[in-house]
Design a binder for this molecule. Structure first.
Ligand SMILES: [Zn+2]
Ligand SMILES: [Zn+2]
Length: 124
């Protein structure tokens, strides 16, 4: 059986405010151990680390409090569950979406306006 090991991720760049959609291949990740998602402006928007195919960690530089937040994932859950919304523990703002590729895209677009308003408020 063909097993899809690609996880969708959407995160906003802390530098230019662009929404970055990305696919993370857990297969490639488990081989290289680390995967960085970069914005076209050069800023790293997400760092994914894993030493096996079962678990992985995502580090996201927070757009709200400017700290790095760490999120732990179970690969199987991430691939089978719907979208997981990653929020900043300090502000409760949603900073990224991870999960099923198609759903991540939908949710990210829905939140696009909210995030844009946040960015206007923060004047990033
Ligand atoms: Zn950028
Ligand atoms: Zn934060």
């Amino acid at each position: 059986m063909l097993f899809d090991t690609n996880i969708g991720a959407a995160v906003r760049c802390t530098n230019c405010g662009k929404l970055i959609m990305n696919e993370i291949s857990l297969f490639n990740l488990s081989r290289s151990g680390m995967y960085e998602v970069k914005c076209s402006c050069g800023r790293t928007v997400m760092t994914v680390k894993s030493s096996n195919c079962k678990n992985f960690r995502i580090y996201i530089p927070c757009i709200v409090c400017e700290k790095d937040h760490l999120y732990m994932f179970d690969s199987r859950q991430a691939l089978t569950q719907k979208v997981k919304i990653l929020s900043c523990p300090a502000s409760q703002m949603d900073i990224a979406f991870v999960g099923n590729k198609t759903l991540v895209e939908e949710v990210a677009q829905k939140h696009e306006r909210d995030l844009q308003e946040l960015i206007n408020v923060l004047e990033i």
